[in-house]
Ligand binder design. Sequence first.
Ligand code: ZN
Length: 125
Amino acid sequence: MHELSVISQIVETVIDEAKKNNAKHVDAVQLVIGELAFLGVEQLEFCYQVLSEKEPLLAGSKLETEIESARVKCSSCGHEGGIDRVEDPIDHMMLPRLACPECGSSTAITAGSGCTIKNIIIVLE
Ligand SMILES: [Zn+2]
């Protein structure tokens, strides 16, 4: 499960940061998830629950998530914007369309494809 490996890395990072800051406990971890990161929020929260309970520093802490909208930039005409979604005629899934709406060239994703820790809320005493 992809979410489990993502969360185990996040838990490691949070523990490192908490120790560096002499935290007694971690209250909450705020995570920003890109809409193109293909991560399920419910699965992330479930994995966090399972892994954090094993860590004294993290036990009982909350995972707070927010979704970051994806943005793309066209390398040909410089157009920047959000992504359109088109329905796949075979799977009937909504897929992001990565062609530039202005000129049809392919675009590069500039935001919304990752998963990053925004903030760690710690208790110092
Ligand atoms: Zn373009």
